[in-house]
Design a protein around this ligand. Sequence first.
Ligand code: 5RP
Length: 232
Amino acid sequence: MSLEQAKQVAAYRAVDEFVTNNCIFGVGSGSTVVYAVQRLAERVETENLKVTCIPTSFQAKQLIVKFNLTLGELDTSPELDVTIDGADEVDAGMTLIKGGGGCLLQEKIVASCSKKLVVIADYTKDSKKLGDSYKKGIPIEVVPMAYVPIKNKIVAMFGGEIKLRSAVAKAGPVVTDNGNFILDWIFKNQDLDWDKVNTAVKIIPGVVETGLFVNMCHKAFFGQPEGVVIER
Ligand code: 5RP
């Protein structure tokens, strides 16, 4: 079974377990979420479900429109029943690294408005400690003018190294849906207290959000190479 099939089985399982009629549903971002939206569209069609979809990115919004689902927004639906989203890594304590696709700010906002955040992923994202499998570091969304001082402050506090994200080598920086830059922090110490790190980084002026999701994830589904799904 391919990695894509592993993503698909996890996504289908999560949508079947968590999406109910009349629910307000947060649509995460990334390649695994595409399968969740595909399954949701099938269920809306065959079961005549009414589901309002709140996007976590421009990509998610386009997906909702493409599959003819009902597009909502936080202004009119500020309380969601469930958000289903991907992750770059999930540790044994259910702390997540998110933001590989640069959508962490809206993903965290929508997750924070949801009764449940459910993660869907292939088996490579299931780790004991953050950094075991995901080597690109923790994404941090920052106001462009402050990226150098923020970088220096984080390295001074916690070590490691930080790269300003660019789409292609030697090209300009990636700009998020919110007009900000992304720093990728390659941490060296895997035994940090991620809750404290998240709080310490977030209070640096100019930091908009971190890709550390601590105590937010209700359940994770990991598609396995043999086609089964492990739930945690
Ligand atoms: C985007 C994200 C994604 O959910 C994360 O990068 C996982 O993506 P994929 O499902 O493509 O592996 O956080 O900001």
